[in-house]
Design a protein around this ligand. Structure first.
Ligand code: G6P
Length: 463
């Protein structure tokens, strides 16, 4: 990569080395950005995840590990409440995941969001050299590009949205929606996970903002500036992940799963504990399967790994309580002294352990109600034994469904559909499992995170 300009990545969440054991807890963004940066010796700037007043004095903590230099700032409690728990995760996240019922519109948190974005610009701008290429990530930092430009930065600046972009009729419920989109058009390139989210964005630009949209070239022209807007589906770090099978930790995890489930067939779900992931709906589907197939109850076990997330946000506390109750109900009604149908685990595991669990599970259930991409779906496929692959049951509402068409696609809202998909998966002959796996693995291998980075940065440098 010598000769390339330095890459500066800016995101709210930074994968600090000490947190790397909890792959599931960090979500896809942190892992993908770590992979994208590690070959380029770039700089990664963002929130430390810590609360203190030191960010106000301009203190930035810098460390280098695995070739990645991270520069992080702390946020004050007020900033965390208004910007992270508030506007980002109680307004934008639910709205962008079609949960208008959960979206809160508070002036104070909107102001906090702008204030923290300004803070990121103030502390970030001095870290950026004139030749650097700057790549901003996700819904926490939409206005950052415009804030950096207002400080005179002339660099190429790109933005990637890791979550869906909502339909225009939903998006316009956001007060000052136009202001948010105007700031997006200060970037040189704006990337989305799928064609569907891109089209929703272009629809807004054309019909609400009255910008000039050229769908063929993927550009939006507004007030004299042109922004490239395209879909760049994110992938996994194939090089790294596919080799985890050789790792002792992965083998041990697989063995642990197999020996603890004895002859039962293991089904697995791994998600941050988030209402967008459809976990209670998934459990309902499993309950429905048991209702219809009571003779199967001793042959199956469902393992749900769900590390808690955003624990200070009310809707996350509610989903956690609802899920605990649901798992308790099903297990109470269906367990025997020597058998529990659902194992519900509130902790994160390393990538190697997850690899082992995925390989040991004959069915992977990835059934979000809405999801930008979902890398767990891709990791499940990548961890399978090519000679005896498991079956992926995937929500049609995950961005990944546009690529993994050979999964068993389901409507995650329908318990009957999920129950039916489990039946299909259990009955699927080996040759069909292999055929589907081979098609999916080609996509997972080729549309990997390195190619995602390459494609986005190529457009950004040519912009
Ligand atoms: C999703 C978001 C990321 C976020 C991750 C984990 O993947 O797109 O921006 O980092 O969830 O959530 P958290 O709030 O813990 O950063």
């Amino acid at each position: 990569m010598t000769g390339d300009p330095r890459l500066v990545v800016i995101s709210n969440r930074v994968a600090v080395p000490k947190a790397r054991g909890a792959a599931g807890a960090q979500g896809g963004l942190a892992g993908a950005l770590h992979a994208a940066l590690k070959d380029r010796k770039g700089l990664w700037f963002g929130w430390s995840g810590e609360e203190s007043e030191s960010g106000r004095t301009g203190h930035i903590d810098t460390q280098t590990s695995d070739g990645v230099t991270t520069a992080t700032l702390d946020l004050s409690q007020r900033d965390i409440d208004e910007y992270y728990n508030g506007y980002a995760n109680s307004t934008l996240w639910p709205l962008f995941h079609d949960r208008l019922d959960l979206a809160e519109y508070e002036r104070e948190t909107a102001k906090g969001y702008e204030r923290v974005n300004e803070r990121f610009a103030e502390l970030g701008a001095p870290l950026i050299d004139a030749e650097d290429i700057v790549w901003v990530h996700d819904y926490h930092l939409i206005p950052l590009g415009e804030r950096l430009r207002s400080r005179g930065l002339k660099n190429r600046i790109g933005f990637f949205l890791h979550i869906p972009w909502p339909a225009t009729r939903m998006f316009v419920s956001l007060p000052y929606h136009e202001r948010l989109v105007r700031t997006l058009l200060f970037y040189d390139v704006v990337g989305f996970q799928t064609q569907e989210w891109l089209e929703s964005f272009l629809h807004y630009c054309e019909n609400e903002l009255r910008a000039e949209v050229d769908k063929a070239s993927g550009t939006v022209t507004f007030e004299g500036r042109t922004t490239i807007a395209r879909a760049y589906p994110i992938g996994i770090d194939w090089e790294h992940f596919s080799k985890l099978g050789e790792n002792g930790e992965a083998r041990q995890a697989q063995q642990r799963l197999i020996s603890s489930t004895r002859r039962r067939i293991a089904m697995i779900g791994v998600d941050r504990l988030d209402y967008s992931k459809g976990i209670p709906e998934r459990i309902d589907g499993i309950g429905r399967f048991f209702d219809k197939n009571p003779e199967s109850i001793r042959d199956l076990v469902f393992i749900q790994i769900a590390p808690p997330s955003r624990e200070d946000v009310g809707s996350y506390q509610e989903i956690r309580a609802a899920l605990e109750q649901k798992c308790g109900q099903i297990n109470g009604a269906r367990s025997e002294v020597d058998m529990v149908p659902i194992r519900y685990v509130n902790r994160g595991y390393s990538h190697a352990e997850l690899f082992g669990f995925f390989r040991g599970a004959k069915i992977g259930l990835v059934t979000p109600l809405r999801d930008g991409m979902n890398l767990v779906a891709k990791e499940y496929v990548a961890a399978q034994d090519p000679e005896d692959p498991g079956v992926l049951i995937l929500s049609r509402f995950a961005g990944a469904a546009a690529q993994l068409k050979d999964a068993v696609l389901v409507n995650p809202h329908s318990p009957d559909d999920i129950a039916h998909a489990i039946r299909i998966a259990l009955d699927m002959p080996l040759d069909e499992r292999k055929r589907r796996y081979e098609k999916m693995i080609a996509t997972v291998r080729d549309d990997n995170v390195q190619n995602w980075t390459r494609d986005f940065l190529r457009d950004l440098s040519e912009a």
